[in-house]
Design a protein around this ligand. Structure first.
Ligand SMILES: *Cc1c(COP(=O)(O)O)cnc(C)c1O
Length: 429
């Protein structure tokens, strides 16, 4: 698979390079040079396969020239160990629940596949993943790499500034996962990571990699669950399908659009945001005017400069699609709360991110269409706010309940680079 840098089309790399490097020159994103397409009969056949076999087949159309399909099958099987069920919410609307993985959010799919691919292309060469987290991504990265050979993971987080439940989720693993509680805020943790990557000796010695969220392997993985959703729908609901995607950095929407470009029958998408509405305003008025990020109930979508948006635009350009065909909208916290109540009254307990996608889907769905919204996180992940809004207690899913009783294994450290450096160099090989 060849990919080019969106900021400099002359920079072309292989899939292996793209996932090791993350970004190209000038911080440019990588984008596939070829956009494969399945014939209609192939799509029908794919939809009859099981999730893992089908996913390996889809991924193989992109990266089969670098990684054989049998290897992909093994890797996908290890990455996608949990289901993505479609659950009916009302007659013409269902949700795709993407939160049955170890960290209860859709990021498990991309994170786990990225971990599998990074270890695959690194071979026997040991690598060290170093990352800072304010909570969620750290958990997904830790679980994704847990127990994999030749890889060590070091995660820095601000001590006392993440929720106790979040801390339990990734600081109780041990093994190849090293967690470090820093006396400082998230910015201090990020600064330490940056300093480490600027230290050429350290970088070389440890083969540092950041495994961050713009990695192309994540997007490829996420294509697979759009196929899985359609495969679960009855035939008559597949023809007029509208998919609503709760969006922050727009990775999930990019993956959905790539699924459509492969030939998956999706009539249109809705890009759903919270008050951080740079994209909806851009689509309505044609001007890109990011404003300061505001904190909302759906905090994983508190992004005002979505870093995957250039990929969305490139795909529309390449496919000669019209941006005006993309549905959009922004939902306030007030409406999000009302919508969570509305869904609860229908018997579906939701959380703020999915509720936003449902709201716009319900409002924009036309007669004869069938709607699907993505459930990006388990309600228990936002336990405090969901319980407060709905006024009823939530049961912790097993994964979380089990971890909540385990001891924390984190090291404590000051926000001091020299200390971190010697810690990193002293880690067991
Ligand atoms: C990350 C995240 C989103 C936003 O996804 P993007 O791909 O960044 O648009 C939505 N909901 C939840 C729960 C998330 O964790």
């Amino acid at each position: 698979m060849k990919l080019y840098n969106l900021k400099d089309h002359n920079e072309q790399v292989s899939f292996a390079q793209a996932i090791k490097q993350g970004l190209g020159k000038k911080q440019g994103l990588f984008f596939p040079l070829e956009l494969p397409e399945f014939e209609l009969t192939e799509i029908d056949h794919l939809l009859e396969l099981d999730f893992v076999t089908r996913s390996a087949r889809i991924l193989s159309t992109f990266i089969g020239d670098e990684i054989p399909e049998e290897t992909l099958l093994k890797r996908v099987k290890a990455a996608f160990e949990f289901p993505a069920p479609v659950v009916k919410v009302e007659d013409d609307i269902s949700t795709l629940e993407l939160f049955h993985g170890p960290t209860l959010a859709f990021k498990d799919f991309g994170g786990r596949f990225m971990a599998q691919m990074l270890t695959e292309v690194s071979g026997d060469e040991p690598v060290t993943i170093l990352t800072a987290t304010s909570g969620d991504t750290g958990a997904a990265v830790a679980h994704a790499f847990y127990g994999l050979k030749n890889v060590r993971v070091v995660i820095l987080y601000p001590r006392g500034k993440i929720s106790p439940l979040q801390e339990k989720l990734f600081c109780t693993l041990g093994g190849n996962i090293h967690t470090v509680a820093i006396d400082g805020d998230f910015d201090a943790c990020q600064a330490l990571v940056k300093q480490s990557f600027d230290d050429e000796e350290l970088k070389r010695e440890l083969s540092l990699n950041s495994a961050n969220s713009i990695n192309i392997s994540r997007l490829l993985a996420q294509i697979c669950y759009y196929f899985e959703a359609v495969a679960q729908l009855p035939q008559h609901d597949r023809n007029q399908l509208v998919v609503s995607v709760p969006s922050g950095n727009f990775g999930d929407l990019t993956a959905g659009l790539l699924a459509k470009s492969l030939g998956l029958p999706i009539k249109r998408f809705i890009a759903a945001t919270n008050a951080n509405d740079t994209v909806p305003r851009y689509l309505a008025q044609g001007q890109w005017l990011p404003s300061a990020t505001v904190a909302t109930l759906s905090n994983a979508m508190d992004v005002s400069q979505p870093n995957n948006w250039p990929r969305v635009e490139e795909l529309f350009r390449r496919k000669i699609w019209q941006l005006k065909e993309l549905g959009f909208g922004a939902v306030s916290d007030e409406t999000t709360k009302e919508t969570m109540h509305e869904l609860a009254a229908k018997g579906y307990i939701s959380e703020p991110h999915a509720a936003i996608a449902y709201r716009l889907l319900r409002d924009q769905l036309k007669e004869g269409e069938f709607g699907l919204f993505l459930g990006t996180a388990h309600p228990a992940k936002f336990k405090e706010s969901v319980e407060e809004i709905l006024g009823q207690p939530l049961v912790l899913p097993n994964e979380l309940a089990v971890r909540a009783n385990l001891p924390l294994l984190s090291h404590n450290m000051g926000a001091d680079f020299a200390g971190l450096r010697s810690f990193l160099l002293g880690l067991p090989k």
